[in-house]
Write a protein that binds this ligand. Structure first.
Ligand SMILES: [Zn+2]
Length: 168
């Protein structure tokens, strides 16, 4: 996987996008366990890139996922969320953050499709966890201010004064 990522990093953008799309569609067609494992390896592999390259990759990956047929899109997003337990927490969270930052840059229709699938996956994951993923009604405070709820994938409260963040 890491060799493939290094090779793709050097490829022209168009080629990188088309190869990454093939790869993601292949992941989508795998049995679930294998899909989760492959996505975990991809996320781990991307974390070895230089920051700028990693951002570019994740931007491209987000765009491709958004443009896949719905069934594949949902399979990949669900696989990505479930892959979180197989990789180091900092790698998981940085990858999620970069994905979140890529979403607003998508064309309107792709952004809508991506967010709808994300919402659908989150609901089913929350339901499977017995609603543990739903934030409690008590908003924590920091520096005397109510913290702000942020995040699409990993919800967290952030202090608007100092930027301190904690899991919601
Ligand atoms: Zn603070």
């Amino acid at each position: 996987m890491e060799d493939m990522i290094r090779m793709l990093a050097k490829a022209p953008e168009e080629e990188r996008m088309s190869l990454m799309k093939e790869r993601l569609q292949m992941f989508a067609s795998m049995p679930e366990e294998q899909r989760i494992e492959s996505i975990a390896q991809l996320v781990q592999g991307l974390s070895a890139l230089k920051q700028k390259q990693r951002e570019e990759f994740i931007k491209g990956r987000t765009r491709i996922i958004a443009s896949l047929p719905e069934e594949q899109r949902v399979a990949i997003i669900a696989g990505r969320l479930k892959a979180g337990v197989k990789i180091p927490k900092d790698v998981h969270e940085a990858d999620m953050d970069l994905t979140e930052r890529a979403v607003p840059g998508l064309p309107e229709d792709l952004r809508r499709d991506f967010m709808q699938s994300m919402e659908q996956v989150r609901k089913s994951v929350d339901a499977a966890q017995g609603d543990k993923g739903v934030p409690s009604s008590t908003v924590p405070t920091h520096h005397g201010e109510s913290m702000v709820l942020k995040g699409i994938f990993s919800k967290r409260y952030v202090c608007s004064v100092c930027g301190y963040a904690q899991r919601a």
